[in-house]
Write a protein that binds this ligand. Structure first.
Ligand code: C2E
Ligand code: MG
Ligand code: MG
Ligand code: MG
Length: 276
């Protein structure tokens, strides 16, 4: 009996693998033309001020609307883009699209809104990053002070030579720098100093059970205090419940982001629900 079920299990696994391989193959294959075919879209997740629940900014999050596979999340294709050398072009598309949107919202009267954009660590290793980025912000006519580049901590690890130089160059242009998923990578504290970041985004994993789990509560509270003592902004990511929000408010966390306020939305819905 055990043998039969073992065999069945194996066969199911095998089919799943085949399906996954097919999907990965399609993704790898079609990614190259996705920009040209206009298949990427940015969603925007509001960043909310705890004090008065006002929107202070948005984070741009890429989605791929594939003609056959439908909506594909960045978790599934960003690493493929990195491996296949396409992340540079995709990153430029993201930055330019986000800058154009920021300019449009500024024109609409939302002049204080900030735009956060995720950068892959590989983008920081691009040789002409500074020129490329300057060209984009000039073309879109946006104030770099209103733009924040989010770097995922775990991505930083082995490559900090070119990275530090390029972060400095972006800071010279006027960009804000945020450490994303804070607390999940290595040497987090060293990065704060080394890269002179402006913002710490506390990883959502620390908010799980923040009400019952004393150690998570202590960690989050300590990070908030640390950030404040260093004069940095701190954002709690992945706030899903009213309890979490109130706990964070109690801890004096000034900015929050998460499904409790809004999931990432297409631009029209951001306008309708938050900007008008
Ligand atoms: P991230 O930058 O840490 O973004 C937060 C992720 O958590 C987003 O997933 C967002 O939809 C999700 N999220 C937000 N609030 C909640 C919540 O309350 N609960 C839960 N469970 N999840 C929440 P998404 O959009 O799938 O993006 C995943 C990751 O992909 C991002 O993590 C970021 O590292 C990367 N990414 C997204 N867009 C880009 C991009 O344009 N360029 C690059 N290089 N990476 C990107
Ligand atoms: Mg992010
Ligand atoms: Mg994050
Ligand atoms: Mg993340």
């Amino acid at each position: 009996k055990a043998k039969i079920s073992g065999k069945n299990t194996y066969r199911i696994f095998d089919n799943d693998m085949k399906k996954n391989n097919e999907r990965t193959f399609i993704i790898q294959n079609d990614l190259r033309d996705a920009i040209k075919n206009n298949e990427f879209v940015l969603y925007y997740q509001p960043r909310i001020r705890t004090e008065d629940l006002k929107i202070i900014g948005v984070e741009a999050l890429i989605r791929w609307v594939h003609p056959k596979l439908g909506l594909i999340s960045p978790g599934e294709f960003i690493s493929i883009a990195e491996d296949s050398g396409l992340i540079g072009n995709i990153g430029e598309w993201v930055l330019e699209t986000a800058c154009k949107q920021l300019a449009a919202w500024s024109k609409m009267g939302c002049k204080d809104l900030t735009m956060s954009v995720n950068f892959s660590a590989l983008q920081f290793l691009q040789v002409n990053l500074q020129e490329t980025v300057k060209t984009i912000i000039n073309k879109c006519n946006v104030d770099p002070q209103k733009l924040e580049i989010e770097i995922t901590e775990s991505a930083v690890i082995d490559q900090d030579v070119g990275l530090q130089e390029n972060i400095n160059k972006l800071k010279e242009i006027g960009f804000q720098i945020a450490i994303d998923d804070f607390g999940t990578g290595y040497s987090s504290l060293a990065y704060i100093k080394k890269f002179q970041v402006n913002t710490i985004k506390i990883d959502q994993s620390f908010l799980i059970n923040i009400i019952e789990d004393k150690s998570n509560e202590i960690i989050v509270s300590a990070v908030i205090k640390l950030a404040q003592a260093l004069g940095l902004n701190v954002v709690a990511e992945g706030v899903e419940t009213s309890d979490q929000f109130h706990k964070l408010k109690e801890m004096d966390c000034k900015e929050v982001q998460g499904f409790f306020f809004s999931k990432p939305l297409p631009k029209e819905e951001v306008e309708k629900n938050f900007l008008m």
